[in-house]
Design a protein around this ligand. Structure first.
Ligand code: ADP
Length: 492
């Protein structure tokens, strides 16, 4: 097993990974970590479910394991790559060969067998931990969110006499806990004694994330402030006591972004590339956004949102504030999809304000880049936000973030208060009052600051200089992995 100075092997287990399959920020993080960790002598391979989009993207796939009976059908493990990403893929057509969203069926409801689908993924991860893939025997298994969170339980309850890699669970969003009826227990391949309050049992159900929180060697979440928030009853979503009980095993490591993909100087998805010394070039992108959203040409503050349309993201506050925002002089363009009533209310707002509000319902990676590269500001009024990535893209692209002071938003944006403005370190606008009034006041501040061109440009350039890369967070992850390996070596 690796020691503090040698190279480390880390198996990352996740349900999505950019650019293969993405529904949110989890995919970006899982996609970016391997190359961020490589210079630190940490070799990452990522275990993913073999969804159609993943299978179609595999290069040089070879079968490394075959399991004739795996949660209701045959499965095989493929070692493959996609460009520079090294992958292990669980090809189990009865579980994953379905079109569309990884988690939801065509009706918009969870696939009825999600418990088995992700238990199957986790158990494959545990087998890799025990040495199933001779060419890659991991020192650490890093599991992401509830979909991978059964790995520590599998290692614990099924691993007697086997090698035991260290485990890290990263909680990207505590709202998604993977809680299932207890009658699935006999389909998970785990013994009955796993169903206790110090392992899988959670209020009479089976709790995937819960078991990971109790059994992983370390738990990280995606910003220090969120790590603090989830240990409080107000924000712990029923898990705060457990998280407090885990003590120093819980920490917050802020997400970075892939600064090669998100580079305004080279981004082919922009109408016009630019850098901090050529900010006026952003106007070409602003014009292109106006065309895409059928808004007339105008130089007033153009605020965007790129988001899931859910109450977490505060979209209901924006819907209620939209008339005031427009009347204060701002324009709004929204790219997103989510809860149908919010989609309809946004379309109604765009109909009411055809010259000031534009809405695109759907998911469009290319348009999201253009919006960051041409809008003046990005509004993120989340009620809670584990880290948030769109404010980081905004900082990097000179699209000034207007954010609620929660979670990772609090940790990554420096509010344009007088002191920060004078010191030249302000990078955005924060507001503490996550209400309709709070949103309106924050956008009002943005309108006022935008009217002083020099001040706005200082906000933009300070943001563009902020380090939003993975570098320092990758160092923290590598140090955590090495600490765990040292602490757990010799442990069976
Ligand atoms: P979350 O993971 O909670 O949805 P994050 O801010 O952490 O929120 O990450 C969201 C990611 O998904 C970002 O990369 C963002 O650009 C992207 N995204 C969200 N909605 C859309 C959309 N409709 N079109 C394109 N990209 C989107």
């Amino acid at each position: 097993m690796a020691n503090a100075s040698t190279s480390l092997k880390v198996l990352s287990v996740a349900s999505e990974m950019f650019p293969l399959i993405k529904t949110g920020g989890l995919a970006d993080v899982v996609g970016a970590l391997p190359s961020a960790l490589a210079p630190l002598d940490v070799e990452v391979r990522t275990l993913l479910p073999g969804y159609p989009a993943v299978m179609a993207a595999l290069q040089d796939a070879i079968e490394v394991c075959h399991w004739p009976r795996w949660f209701g059908g045959p499965a095989r493990l493929l070692a493959a790559r996609h460009e520079s990403l090294r992958l292990l893929v669980l090809d189990a057509p009865h579980l994953y060969a379905r079109a569309g969203n990884p988690y939801l069926g065509p009706s918009g409801h969870d696939w009825p067998d999600n418990a088995e689908r992700f238990a199957a993924l986790a158990l494959a991860g545990a087998h890799i931990g025990w040495g199933a893939v001779e060419a890659f025997i991991p020192d650490v298994i890093h599991v992401h969110d509830w979909q991978a969170a059964l790995v520590p339980a599998d290692l614990h309850f099924l691993g007697a006499g086997k090698r035991r890699p260290a485990t890290v669970l990263t909680v990207h969003n505590l709202a998604f806990q993977g809680q299932f009826d207890a009658d699935i227990l006999d389909r998970l391949g785990l013994p009955d004694d796993a169903f206790t309050s110090d392992a899988l049992e959670f209020f009479g159900d089976v709790g995937y994330l819960k078991s990971g929180i109790l059994l992983a060697d370390a738990i990280t979440t995606v910003s220090p402030t969120y790590a603090h928030e989830i240990r409080t009853p107000a924000n712990g979503m029923g898990m705060d006591a457990m998280l407090r009980w885990r003590g120093s095993a819980v920490s917050g490591i802020v997400n970075g972004i892939d600064t090669d993909i998100w580079n305004a100087a080279t981004d082919a998805l922009l109408e016009q590339t630019y850098d901090a010394s050529s900010l006026t070039q952003r106007a070409t992108n602003k014009r292109a956004i106006e065309v895409r959203f059928a808004l007339p040409r105008d130089d007033s503050l153009l605020v965007c949102m790129i988001t899931r349309l859910t109450t977490q993201k505060g979209i209901d506050l924006v819907i209620d504030a939209v008339d005031d925002l427009v009347e204060s002089g701002a324009r709004l363009v929204v790219l997103g999809s989510g809860d149908a009533p919010f989609e309809q209310a946004l379309i109604a707002a765009a109909t009411r304000w055809p010259d000031r509000v534009g809405v695109r319902i759907g998911y469009d990676e290319g348009l999201s880049h253009l919006m960051q590269g041409g809008c003046d500001a990005i509004l993120i009024p989340s009620r809670f936000e584990p880290c948030g990535l769109t404010q980081l893209y905004g900082l990097r692209y000179g699209c000034v973030p207007i954010v609620s002071r929660v979670g990772g938003l609090a940790d990554t944006v420096i509010d344009a208060n007088d002191a920060a403005l004078k010191a030249g370190v302000a990078t955005g606008i924060q507001f503490a009052d996550v209400t309709v009034d709070g949103v309106r006041d924050a956008v009002g501040r943005a309108v006022a600051l935008f009217s002083i061109r020099e001040t706005w440009q200082r906000l933009q350039t300070a943001g563009m200089q902020a380090d939003v890369s993975w570098r320092s967070s990758a160092i923290e992850f590598a140090a955590l992995y090495r600490r765990l390996v040292l602490a757990t070596s010799g442990r069976g």
